[in-house]
Design a protein around this ligand. Structure first.
Ligand code: G6P
Length: 362
């Protein structure tokens, strides 16, 4: 097992470090001359599609929420994203002109599989985004796009998540080619950023060391709020989930602009706010949200490329010119933060209590 971990302390750590390489696999053959191509789906398959519904559980759900932002932004197709276990029992309204996308690392999650069966029997076209070929979900869906993350052993998902988001980003661009919603220049910029993703996912040793030291401060307290806006909101949800899963500390992900409608009542120095502050997306908005929390004495850990004087702790990321590159580097920061806190607490990072890698029963 030691050899399998390749010198890393945990599979999770190895998988975090692998992300920069596996994301290249995810893109392989799919970015062709500034265009996105998916040999898995032909454009006729998408004819008549007017809306998209995404369904998933856990981390895959957070990838789905991120994808919903990307598809609406880039392709202007309305998207909703639902938790599979909720979807199953709400007697959902399903229209045949909706493309149903399920996302699953394992392809075996019972709730997601059942949701897929429902959509199929309602006559919807279905697409799976999955990491495991020949899994139940892959076999059932009309079409599949594989994420190619390789085997993921850590129960807390890392590289499966970042590759799922990559497929969704590429899919958003693919749809935009069909809907004609991006001009040549904007598409070129998107593709350029996309091809830069391996750099954003590369773990910087200094950054890791900084997070390792920082983690000491965040072992005790009343809990954590991870906050972000727009697509950084689902990333905040994912950051909070990572921490909960392996450190057993209470954490919540929240849309930063919503804090004033309730949660800000919790603010005090024992409340840790992890603020995702991208330079390229709504920076002034998130900044003023964080200022409000700081004024109420919450302890602030800001993740940004921009200096932020009010932060108690500051994790500096590189300066990128696209918000998705900030998203990816921040994803790594959040994964490392959760892992370093869990390690300090003496937890088994790869096998957290009460959790299973894949939940095949209801
Ligand atoms: C389990 C795992 C999570 C995962 C979720 C969905 O709860 O512990 O890490 O996100 O299932 O799994 P899937 O394989 O469908 O992505």
């Amino acid at each position: 097992e030691l050899a399998q971990k390749g010198g890393y302390r945990f599979f999770m750590e190895k998988e975090i470090y692998e992300q920069s390489d596996v994301i290249t696999e995810t893109m392989m053959g799919r970015v062709v001359n500034s265009h996105i191509e998916f040999e898995e789906i032909e454009s006729e398959f998408l004819q008549e599609i007017k809306a998209i519904k995404i369904c998933a559980c856990g981390t895959s759900y957070h990838a789905g929420l991120s994808g919903a932002y990307l598809i609406e932004k880039l392709a202007r197709i309305p998207v909703s994203c639902e938790i599979a276990s909720e979807f199953r029992y709400k007697d959902p309204v399903l229209h045949k002109d909706t493309l149903f996308i399920v996302i699953s690392q394992s392809g075996e999650t019972a709730d997601t599989l059942e949701a897929l069966k429902m959509a199929k029997s309602a006559g919807l076209k279905t697409l799976a985004i999955c990491n495991v070929d020949n899994s139940s979900i892959v076999r059932l869906a009309d079409r599949t796009i594989l994420t190619r993350a390789g085997i993921e052993k850590g129960v807390a998902s890392t590289k499966a998540f970042t590759t799922q988001v990559m497929v969704l980003w590429m899919l958003a661009l693919y749809f935009s080619q069909l809907t004609n919603t991006l001009d040549e220049n904007s598409r070129a910029k998107e593709i350029e950023a996309l091809l830069h993703t391996p750099h954003a996912l590369k773990v910087d040793e200094n950054l890791h060391e900084r997070i390792r030291r920082l983690s000491k401060r965040y072992l005790h307290g009343h809990g954590f709020f991870f906050i972000g806006r727009d697509i950084f909101f689902p990333l905040a949800l994912e950051g909070a989930l990572k921490l909960k899963e392996i450190s057993y500390l209470h954490a919540e992900g929240y849309p930063a602009g919503e804090m004033k409608h309730g949660p800000i009542a919790l603010a005090d120095p024992e409340l840790f706010t992890i603020a995702l502050m991208p330079k390229n997306l709504l920076y002034d908005k998130i900044k003023s949200n964080v200022e409000e929390l700081s004024a109420r004495d919450s302890t602030i850990c800001a993740i940004s490329s921009q200096e932020f004087e009010l932060a108690d702790d500051f994790v500096r990321i590189h300066t990128w010119d696209h918000y998705m590159l900030e998203y990816y580097e921040m994803a790594v920061v959040l994964q490392l933060l959760a892992m370093e806190i869990a390690i300090r607490l003496g937890n088994d990072v790869d096998m957290p209590r009460n959790l299973a890698k894949s939940v095949t029963v209801e």
